[in-house]
Design a protein around this ligand. Sequence first.
Ligand SMILES: NC(=O)c1ccc[n+]([C@@H]2O[C@H](COP(=O)([O-])OP(=O)(O)OC[C@H]3O[C@@H](n4cnc5c(N)ncnc54)[C@H](O)[C@@H]3O)[C@@H](O)[C@H]2O)c1
Ligand SMILES: OCCc1c[nH]c2ccccc12
Length: 300
Amino acid sequence: MANIHTPIPALKLNDGTSIPMLSYGTGTARSKRGKAEEEVDREIVDGCKLAMKLNYTHFDCAESYRNEVDLGVAIKESKIDPKNLYITTKVMHSVGDIDSAIKTSLKKLQLPKVDLYLIHAPYFANEGKDEQKLQEAWKAMEKVQADGLATSIGVSNFLPAHLEAIMKTAKVTPACNQVEFHPYLPRKDLVAANKKYGIATAAYGPLSAVTKAAPGPVDDELASLARKYAVSPAEICLRWAIDQDVIAITTSDKEQRLSDYLRVTKFKLTPEEIRRLSEEGDKKHFRGFWGAKFASDERL
Ligand SMILES: NC(=O)c1ccc[n+]([C@@H]2O[C@H](COP(=O)([O-])OP(=O)(O)OC[C@H]3O[C@@H](n4cnc5c(N)ncnc54)[C@H](O)[C@@H]3O)[C@@H](O)[C@H]2O)c1
Ligand SMILES: OCCc1c[nH]c2ccccc12
């Protein structure tokens, strides 16, 4: 049984702050269906509170998930000082008015500031091709940070070309780029581009190899490592990300799974184990989110 009090590892971002490397995602397992956005969804509140009870500190939210209100209620009801949590949220449909968007998000979250604010995706800018639109949005993100409404600012689903576009005019380098990342989508060029700028990579869909993309060539290696470390293949996937300095954003509506994921604080993969998993992963390609419509090459 995991010792839930073992601290979750943290990664230092390029702005000097630290981000917990295991995050509870609010966007998938319990999503807000059939309810008005302002109506509190007890299932989502209780899911977040369960994660808080288990000692998760990092919560990944978004304007588009329509559940910032629910995370806000969970924080209040948990009675945890928000200073002891790490809250990420993202802007999507209000990207044309980021100044108002962050204020609206903070109101819903009942917080004076978030730890990390992300542009959810570059596609608003003529499917990512309009450099000026990307640059204007990034400038507005810099203002959010300067105004003290987000400690760190970053992006999500940005490809190297999108990063290059904003870096031409950026005063602040994004702290983080949140993208789909797992053994069947290792984003090698993108991770290299992130590294070039000192941008941390965060992984969503980190369990895809044991969920949506299973079965596949990594299965035997995952099973063997799971036996060796007395964990489940899912935790090997999480550790495969974390051991490459990638923040893992996962989720579950099951207490046992959420508790089990915390076993990642108890072991590390060796460089050879990471290499073998990556080698097997290279034998298959899988992309679960934002597919070919948005990338000239799905594997990018
Ligand atoms: N920025 C973006 O565009 C973007 C896109 C997708 C997700 N996200 C964020 O990342 C979070 C996590 O994303 P995800 O849900 O794809 O991550 P994930 O790959 O970690 O999958 C988690 C899901 O897998 C299920 N699961 C876990 N173990 C399993 C098993 N053994 N068998 C079958 N199912 C199992 C869980 O119940 C959960 O529903 C989201 O909630 C959201 O916050 C962001
Ligand atoms: O974060 C992108 C994936 C996703 C999960 N839930 C959503 C709701 C609205 C838009 C995108 C998403």
